[in-house]
Design a protein around this ligand. Sequence first.
Ligand code: PLP
Length: 377
Amino acid sequence: MDSIPFNKPFMTGRELAHIARAHERGQLAGDGIFTAECHKWLEQATGCSKALLTHSCTAALEMGAILGEIGEGDEVIMPSFTFVSTANAFVIRGAKPIFVDIRPDTLNIDEQQIEAAITERTKAIVAVHYAGVACEMDLIMDIARRHNLMVIEDAAQGILCSYKSVPLGSIGDLGTLSFHETKNVISGEGGALLTNRPDLVKRAEVIREKGTNRSEFFRGQVDKYTWVDIGSSYLPSEMVAAFLWAQLEEARAITDRRLAIWHRYHEAFASLEQAGLVRRPIVPEHCSHSAHMYYLLFPDLENRSRFISSLKEAEIQAVFHYIPLHNSPMGRSLNSDLVSLPITESISDRLVRLPLWLGLEDFLDRVIHAVIEAANP
Ligand SMILES: *Cc1c(COP(=O)(O)O)cnc(C)c1O
């Protein structure tokens, strides 16, 4: 019996041909023709003012922290139920993450609790769209405008997802995407910064190009390029962009296939939910997602552990997710006050992610059967 991994990267089959073309052209560093194609695609798909490929979503978040002029002693509001990079990007600038609890339905930051966390040191809110299901952006944008805060959408899991028909990553001042091997559309490591404020575009290009005005130089807008600002090397090589282009060409087809698997799971587990054994994902009417993840919530840690080991016996890998950042060694060292985020802590103990990758279709009946068996006591 084949064992079924949690994730298996999908290749469209055109990645190597595109890389070979970059190689033939002798175009190996960043910002060649494939990068330009990727930028155009992302701008069309999201409607952002400017898309810039980065070598990771982490890098895009770091650029966001620089663009937001986040510095020593500033505070940035974010969920604790997220990946470390959401916080680290701001912590390396000297800022303190202020963790807010999540909503029990979407597992996104609880917008109703944001305002109470704002102080005179607050500079930004990071909205993480968990599983590509949108945060309540209308309310978050309204709070941010009233308090003059920047909004950065961590849309690492949110490619081709939307909130009230507006693409994720294009709503806040800035948005970030990930093309890490574990995401829907991949390039091994990779990401993008989406800039939605035209006034930030030029500085974003400079920060990405080591603090130089190289982008303007290549467009013929200045006659020499030089050091004009702080920055780093945040752009990916053209070989990575060539790989990514093969994926973006098929991004909508990839999403459709993932959604078909997601819906098979969702229908198959309705009876488990009715029996009170699990809770299935909740996707509000006004949010459309791209099936980045299928998870189940168990009544408690014990039930979840039992479920994961039963599936393991059936040679199916299911995995839990984030360990809350506020309880991590680093999170505790940044926050001397004891923070209690009851929903975050409870969800973290009870959530399991099921395998979801292209090709899983052939094993789906087996997985569904095993999940139903394992979830029944
Ligand atoms: C994957 C992920 C990241 C990090 O993406 P990288 O491209 O690996 O840097 C950040 N935030 C969230 C919510 C993610 O899921």
